[in-house]
Design a protein around this ligand. Structure first.
Ligand SMILES: Nc1ncnc2c1ncn2[C@@H]1O[C@H](COP(=O)(O)OP(=O)(O)OP(=O)(O)O)[C@@H](O)[C@H]1O
Length: 220
């Protein structure tokens, strides 16, 4: 379970981007966050990921108080418990698809053989079993998004953070990719927070919240 309590953040001292952000996401739940461009949605995800300092507020994941963790402890927890579908963490061009998906497991110290087996199972789950040995440059945009999702989920994270996970995909492909992401999160009893501009993406979530300067409010 993810619990965010009264989170506040400003990039420039004295100019709060948002304050009073409260959010509780229970196991198996997918929450979408929408809001105007520049309202701070990506910043909020970065704060939850421990990639940006908070001005104030509480953060707990499965009962662990994240605000008390040192940088190294948070980095370790992030590797183990977080899955990211961020543009900045895109599929790496110099690794095969299986290697890309195995990467989070290598970082957690799994043997190459065990990681490869899990990566292939995940690739099969996203319909790319035959492509495991291929290079990313030979895949379509939709296929690459599916690889990114396989990689985000391969280590069974407790929390999946996705920032515009279907970015430039056409609506049909985007729908398939999102269904896959939501299905896997629900099956695993994990939680997901998806930031998106897309009404279609938001409609897949169990709840849609809008980020305002004063916190998260229900959005339709
Ligand atoms: N590291 C930073 N330093 C200073 N300002 C920043 C930094 N990162 C983001 N900002 C500013 O904070 C505001 C919120 O940015 P953020 O990317 O979180 O918004 P967003 O809601 O995700 O926007 P969009 O929907 O356009 O992607 C913007 O005005 C942005 O310019």
């Amino acid at each position: 379970m993810l619990e965010v309590l009264d989170l506040a953040k400003s990039h420039v001292a004295g100019r709060p981007l948002f304050a009073g952000v409260c959010l509780r996401v229970t196991p198996g739940e997918v929450v979408a966050i929408v809001g105007e461009s520049g309202s701070g949605k990506s910043t909020l995800l970065n704060c939850v990921a421990g990639l940006e300092p908070l001005d104030g507020g509480g953060l707990r994941l499965d009962g662990i108080d994240l605000t008390t963790l040192g940088e190294d402890e948070f980095a370790h927890l992030r590797r183990e418990k977080y899955g990211f579908v961020f543009q900045a963490f895109h599929v790496l061009p110099h690794l095969t698809l299986a290697q890309n998906v195995a990467l989070p497991l290598w970082l957690l110290g799994q043997s190459e053989r065990a990681a490869d087996a899990s990566a292939r199972t995940m690739l099969a789950g996203v319909g790319l079993a035959e492509r495991a040995a291929d290079w990313p440059r030979t895949l379509s945009g939709g296929e690459l998004q599916r690889v990114a999702i396989a990689r985000a989920l391969v280590h069974a994270p407790r929390l999946v953070l996705a920032d515009e996970p279907t970015g430039n995909l056409d609506p049909e492909l985007a729908g398939g990719v999102l269904d896959l992401l939501c299905e896997r999160v629900r099956e695993a009893g994990a939680v997901a927070v998806i930031v998106t501009h897309s009404a279609q993406a938001a409609s897949r979530a169990d709840r849609v919240l809008r980020l305002t300067r004063d916190g998260l409010v229900g959005a339709g």
